[in-house]
Design a protein around this ligand. Structure first.
Ligand SMILES: Nc1nc2c(ncn2[C@@H]2O[C@H](COP(=O)(O)OP(=O)(O)OP(=O)(O)O)[C@@H](O)[C@H]2O)c(=O)[nH]1
Ligand SMILES: [Zn+2]
Length: 294
């Protein structure tokens, strides 16, 4: 009964499917009272016992993505992630509030964000991304971006090289191309979904569960429908502000300590708006998210 290490592929109820570098995925039962409850991406210590397999403990996480449940309590979705890939496209037009939500999530969890601008094949003068203003705004804030087309397989190699052997999770609005990009990054996706279903027992695995897939580069991609409809109800206003570094930088620099940054004199935030250091849209989104969190 030697203890070994595996990575959680999918977690449901009191079982997990784990990848332990064996020819087949393994269905393992959680030890009683196991804390924390393992999620996709977790490294776990497990052992075989007769015909069964058991997860004994969860190795401390490097980071974890959480969402607020209906009571606002944090619920873990996925762990040990290197890149939060935020997918944008000309169509549907980018929702910067959602983009800023994801950047707050990345900041709070300590995960590197990366913007992927998809559907670069669309040649439309009304394309809201055509001017490059949006990508420049975020690049200035230290958020790297890449662009390409899943339809034409353009730019995918560069993205694969960047993600390397890391673990990535794709997020973004409905219709921007997350599923199409997942297919590109995990070429044998259908086979892998089949393997997960087989390991978990028929019918137990559904596509609504957060699932980890290995990529050909030795990395992994976590597919999580839960993170797509994101709530930040579990974050504090300070955690929200930390996700807006250009605003956080000006905090406490206004003349009045209780400045609301509306019409007060010597307001550092409004001065930064005038110089362009802070974009109007970012300030609006920050107010909105802080209001939600207060
Ligand atoms: N022109 C163009 N269309 C694309 C590209 N990638 C995806 N699409 C199309 O965009 C639509 C949505 O793609 P999906 O991959 O289903 O998008 P999604 O983000 O997974 O959407 P949800 O599952 O609703 O979250 C489909 O009709 C795709 O064919 C691209 O690079 N260029
Ligand atoms: Zn102010």
């Amino acid at each position: 009964m030697t203890q070994r290490i595996g990575r959680v592929v999918v977690s449901s109820g009191n079982h997990c499917v784990i990848d332990a570098n064996e020819p087949e995925l393994i269905l393992a039962k959680l030890a009683r009272h196991l804390k924390p409850r393992p999620v996709a991406g977790d490294q776990v210590n497990w052992l075989r016992h007769g015909p069964g397999a058991f997860i004994e403990s969860v190795i401390p996480r490097r980071n974890v993505i959480e969402r607020g449940d209906f009571r606002g309590n944090p619920r873990a979705l996925a762990a040990n992630i290197d890149y939060l890939v935020i997918v944008l496209a000309p169509l549907p037009a980018p929702d910067t509030l959602l983009l800023d939500r994801f950047l707050v999530l990345a900041s709070a969890a300590g995960i590197s964000p990366l913007i992927w601008i998809n559907k670069a094949d669309i040649d439309d003068p009304n394309n809201p991304l055509a001017t490059g203003a949006l990508s420049k705004r975020y690049a200035k804030l230290g958020v790297p971006w890449q662009s390409g087309s899943t339809l034409q397989s353009h730019g995918i190699n560069t993205l694969q090289t960047t993600l390397g052997a890391g673990t990535a999770i794709l997020v973004g609005q409905s219709g921007v191309g997350k599923s199409s990009l997942t297919q590109k990054l995990v070429p044998d996706l259908a086979l892998r979904i089949g393997a997960v279903s087989e390991a978990s027992g028929q019918g137990r695995h559904t596509t609504t569960e957060t699932t980890l897939f290995n990529t050909p580069n030795g990395g992994a991609l976590i597919d999580s429908p839960g993170v797509r409809t994101l709530r930040l109800a579990h974050l504090t206003p300070a955690e929200i502000t930390a996700g807006f570094p250009e605003i956080a930088d000006k905090m406490g620099r206004c003349r009045f300590r209780d400045c609301r940054h509306l019409s007060e004199p010597d307001c550092a935030i409004r001065q930064a708006l005038e110089t362009g250091e802070i974009a109007h849209e970012r300030l609006k989104n920050w107010r909105r998210l802080v209001d939600e969190a207060s």
